[in-house]
Design a protein around this ligand. Structure first.
Ligand code: IVH
Length: 716
């Protein structure tokens, strides 16, 4: 109760009216700090330190002080923050079962490939019956509803898939979401899409513009904006709807097939999409796609494709997931919307890996409800009308400044240019000359054999590369430092007194010595409080998960999901660093081991190894890691697993499952699967035709078993 005492006025605390200006300022400072700390504990650590009532009392006291001393009511006062940054003010919810996204398909061939991949993974012949479901892909936002004993106890948005926002009170206002269920499993998480109908969207926008409120670009934004309201009464006034199509944690299965499980959700009282149906194979899926596409305009709500799922839930379970998407489902997207506009200028941006990326600056145009003013031009070949192999694209038409171009958006990706109208080309338009020097640092920009992209050779001396690397370092999937975003990085990079030139500088900056504090405060946007908040936010990130660190390094080709898999494979920074240092490109145990990581191919592997063998890069990484406390990867829950922590090698052909499935299953049980046999190998599973690896295992005296023994061992 320490906080409330100061603010309550009931236990001898001086009333605001009696405070001098200096006392008010001093007290304001102290309470603002307490509120900021409480906010952080509540939102980022999900561990509230004070009660809601105490928190409210602190905020009331701040408001009272600000009412009397308005100078103290700055824009970053905690009293101003609720309306300004709603996403920061919902409590976080960790999903018990991750909320995944879907891989995308755009053509009939992609669907054939999807079916082939699944058949190969499951070892099914081309003629074996494999049933799928097809259903519209609703263009809204996903929501997970948790029911305990039939009562709705929590609703959470997807967020980053692992952690979402708690929007329970808001979800309760949606008519399609039942508060109570009868005959439901004891524990049931229902997942689906919140959306707004075309009719309701139009009416809402009309109402909003009449009352001077914010209007929305499309129904999806309207649905998201309405669900994520801090005041549930606002959500209640917005006509949101919900389709159930999936589930998370369950105390008992909902059925044996996707169709049956969705049927059960319907029987429990949820809205399920009436166009959901089952199909035997890709041909039938494509027929349903055509049927749904044809109905698209008359559905009354936005859909952006058709989702296909393997119908048999047992097979879904065997197929499992690839980092963020299920192997058993795919979204077949509708073609993107198109619009014509003028290309005003071509500009070159330099990225963190030195890539020179041409960007088209366009006369703004609306494409599918969104205003577009930039489009990617990919690389110099693309501008010239050629693909990577030198074949003509757009019938060989090049792109010039002043051209009339057709723009499209596919999903959430950056807009692209589909076509050029030569009949509208200005007479003075000339072919674009791609720069051979980096426009940022003047170093040579070279294009290596086989690379479509021209790259600046300036490395860390190129300010654009250094700044982009830093921006990547602090970005959401990386260190995600509150208060240190792209804007602040640009400011600090050029700062004379306290420059941040490389990641390690962020952490040396945050050492709370008085000199740094004084240098920082009183400059644009920084008061004493914001400096101390920033330092605290940095301090909190000294302790960092291994996968985030690997991703944050910004190594070419290493994205977020590869970083996750690499981290899981090596387990600790020490192991990872030793492996990268010891690895030689193209040979040896460390190299083979790196290639055995799911999703790591030789290009990514070479990029990783190179990074650790470049002196300047390496020194910069070492300086960074010296500042950090890198957390080992939590091993998957594998109590009782006979293979947890063991290094297993599969060799020869497997008959009951494919190599990919065997590997995924072994890893799920906590084993490390390696591509080659060494003294570190614990177990070799050898099928017919096993050759040199089996011999090596024998020579090293490593335990060797056949596939059946392996299946018995893991209890399959
Ligand atoms: S299934 C594990 N079915 O699309 C798979 N998703 O791009 C869970 N979505 O995050 C998703 N309609 O928000 C599924 N009929 C549908 C869907 C659907 C819309 C959304 C969902 C998901 C996103 C992936």
């Amino acid at each position: 109760m320490s906080g409330a005492g100061q603010g309550s006025g009931a236990d001898g605390v001086v009333t605001v009216a009696a405070l001098s200006a200096a006392e008010a300022a001093e007290e304001w400072q102290r309470i603002a700090g307490q509120v900021a700390r409480a906010n952080r504990a509540y939102h980022t650590k999900d561990a509230p330190e004070i009660s809601d009532a105490d928190y409210d009392a602190l905020k009331r006291r701040l408001q009272e002080i600000e009412a009397r001393f308005p100078d103290l009511a700055s824009a970053d006062s905690p009293t101003q923050q609720i309306g300004a940054a709603p996403s920061e003010t919902f409590a976080k919810v960790r999903h018990s079962v991750r909320m995944l996204s879907l891989g995308n398909a755009f053509s009939p061939e992609d669907i054939e490939d999807f079916d082939d991949r699944i058949r190969r993974y499951l070892n099914l012949g081309p003629d074996a019956l494999l049933t799928y479901t097809a259903e519209p892909k609703i263009d809204g936002l996903s929501l997970s509803l948790r029911y305990e004993n039939g009562v709705l106890v929590q609703a959470a948005t997807r967020g980053d898939g692992e952690t979402g926002e708690n929007v329970t009170e808001n979800a309760r206002t949606i008519a399609d979401i039942p508060e109570n269920l009868t005959n439901a499993p004891e524990l049931l998480e229902v997942r689906g899409e919140v959306y707004m109908s075309h009719e309701d969207f139009a009416a809402l926008n009309e109402r909003q513009s009449e009352t001077g409120g914010k209007t929305f670009a499309n129904p999806r934004n309207a649905a998201a904006g309405s669900l994520r309201q801090l005041d549930a009464r606002i959500t209640a006034s917005r006509p949101l709807r919900f389709f159930a199509y999936s589930w998370g944690e369950l105390s008992e299965p909902l059925g044996e097939t996707q169709m049956a499980a969705v049927g059960r959700l319907k029987a429990l009282g949820f809205q399920t999409n009436p166009l959901t149906q089952d199909c035997d194979g890709p041909k039938a899926l494509l027929e349903v796609y055509a049927e749904i596409e044809q109905k698209r305009a008359t559905l009354g709500y936005d859909i952006d494709g058709v989702v296909y799922k393997v119908n048999d839930l047992g097979l879904q379970q065997r197929l499992g997931f690839r980092s963020t998407t299920p192997r058993w489902a795919i979204a077949h997207k509708f073609p993107a919307e198109l619009a014509w506009t003028r290309l005003e200028k071509i500009e070159i941006q330099v990225g963190r890996t030195g890539a020179l990326s041409p960007v088209a600056r366009l006369t703004p145009v609306t494409v599918g409800g969104v205003v577009v003013s930039n489009a990617t031009l990919h690389n110099e070949d693309y501008i010239a009308g050629r693909d990577a192999k030198g074949n003509a694209i757009r019938d060989g038409k090049d792109i010039r400044e002043g051209d009339w171009v057709q723009v499209y958006r596919a999903g959430d990706v950056i807009p692209k240019i589909a076509d050029v109208d030569l009949s509208k080309r200005p007479d003075d338009a000339h072919p674009y000359t791609f720069p051979a020097l980096c426009p940022e640092c003047g170093s040579d920009a070279v294009r290596e054999e086989g690379d479509a992209v021209r790259r600046c050779t300036g490395g860390l001396i190129c300010p654009a590369q250094a700044v982009e690397k830093l921006k990547h370092f602090v970005s959401r999937g990386a260190f995600d430092i509150e208060g240190l975003g792209a804007k602040q990085i640009e400011m600090f990079y050029t700062d004379k007194a306290l420059p941040i030139r490389e990641p390690a500088d962020i952490f040396t900056l945050a050492r709370r010595d008085a000199a740094n504090l004084t240098k920082l405060k009183n400059r644009d946007g920084f008061g004493e409080r914001s400096v101390s908040n920033l330092f605290q936010a940095i301090e909190e990130k000294r302790k960092i998960a291994l996968n985030r660190l690997i991703y944050a390094l910004g190594i070419r080709h290493v994205g977020e999901s590869s970083a996750n898999l690499i981290a899981r494979h090596y387990g600790s920074w020490t192991a990872f660093e030793a492996a990268m240092t010891g690895a030689i490109i193209g040979e040896g145990q460390e190299w083979d081991d790196l290639l055995a990581v799911d999703g790591v191919g030789s290009v990514m592997a070479a990029s990783l190894v190179n990074t650790f063998h470049q002196d300047a890069e390496r020194a910069s990484i070492d300086r960074l890691v010296a500042e950090l406390d890198v957390q080992d990867v939590e091993r998957p829950r594998t109590e009782g697993s006979p293979v947890a922590g063991k290094t297993v090698v599969f060799t020869g052909s497997l008959e009951k499952m494919t190599r990919a499935e065997a590997k995924a299953r072994a890893e799920a049980l906590g084993a490390k699967v390696s591509g080659s046999v060494s003294a570190k190998t614990d177990l070799v599973v050898a099928g017919p035709g096993a050759g040199s690896k089996a011999k090596q295992a024998e020579a090293l005296g490593i335990e060797m078993i056949d596939e059946d023994a392996w299946l018995r061992l893991i209890g399959a």
